[in-house]
Ligand binder design. Structure first.
Ligand code: XMP
Ligand code: MG
Length: 180
C-alpha cells in the first residue's frame, strides 16, 4: 500500500496537532451548546473519530451517507443513502467532512440539515481545495484543517476506488496507480 504513494502531503503528526487546535477552537465556540456532529460518510470516519475526541465537552454524534463521487471525477449528482437519525430542530449542528472540493456535496448537506430545523449549521472540514469550487458555488468552511492544492489525495479516510482509507497520513498516489 505505502509503495503506491508518491508523496506524503500531511504527516500523522501534523494532522494530530491541527485536530487538537481545532478541538480547542470548537470547544470554546460551542461551550454550553451541546452540538450535534454530523459526519459525512464514509470518507470522514478517521477524522471524525479524532475530531470528536478533541472536542472536550458534551456533544452528540450522527451520520449521513451521501453518494456523489466516482473514481477521481465528481459526478455532480448527489443522493442521500442514509439520513441522520436525530431530531435536529433547534440544535447546533457541525458538519464534519473529509474534504471540500467542488462544494456540491456540502452545499447539499448544509441545506438538507437546515431544512430539518437546525438552529445553526457550520462546516468543519479536514481538507479544503479552494481552487476546486464549481462555478457558482461560493461555499466556505467555518473550520478548516488544511488548505491543499487541487490534486487528488488519499489516506486518513480518503480513498481511491475504496482503497487507501486506512493510511494514517494524507498523500498523493503515483500516476502508475491510475493506469492499473
Ligand atoms: P465536493 O466536490 O462535493 O467533494 O466538494 C467532496 C467529496 O468528494 C470527494 N473528494 C475526494 N476524495 N480524494 C478523495 O479521495 C480527493 O482528492 C477528493 N476530492 C474530493 C470526497 O468524497 C469528498 O467528500
Ligand atoms: Mg466524503
Amino acid at each position: 500500500m505505502h509503495q503506491d504513494i508518491e508523496r506524503i502531503l500531511l504527516t500523522e503528526a501534523q494532522i494530530k496537532d491541527r485536530i487538537n487546535q481545532l478541538g480547542k477552537e470548537l470547544t470554546a465556540d460551542y461551550a454550553g451548546k451541546e452540538p450535534v456532529f454530523v459526519g459525512v460518510l464514509k470518507g470522514v470516519v478517521v477524522f471524525y473519530a479524532d475530531m470528536v475526541r478533541a472536542f472536550d465537552d458534551h456533544c452528540q454524534m450522527d451520520f449521513m451517507w451521501i453518494s456523489s463521487y466516482h473514481g477521481t471525477q465528481s459526478s455532480g449528482s448527489i443522493c442521500v443513502k442514509q439520513d441522520v437519525k436525530s431530531d435536529l430542530r433547534g440544535r447546533h449542528v457541525v458538519i464534519l467532512e473529509d474534504i471540500l472540493d467542488t462544494g456540491r456535496s456540502l452545499q447539499f448537506v448544509v441545506q438538507h440539515l437546515k431544512d430539518k430545523g437546525a438552529a445553526s449549521v457550520r462546516i468543519c472540514t479536514l481538507l479544503d481545495k479552494p481552487e476546486g469550487r464549481a462555478p457558482g458555488i461560493d461555499l466556505r468552511a467555518d473550520y478548516v484543517g488544511f488548505s491543499i492544492p487541487n490534486e487528488f489525495v488519499v489516506g486518513y479516510g480518503l480513498d481511491y476506488n475504496e482503497k487507501y482509507r486506512n493510511l494514517p497520513y494524507v498523500g498523493i498516489l503515483k500516476p502508475c496507480v491510475y493506469e492499473k
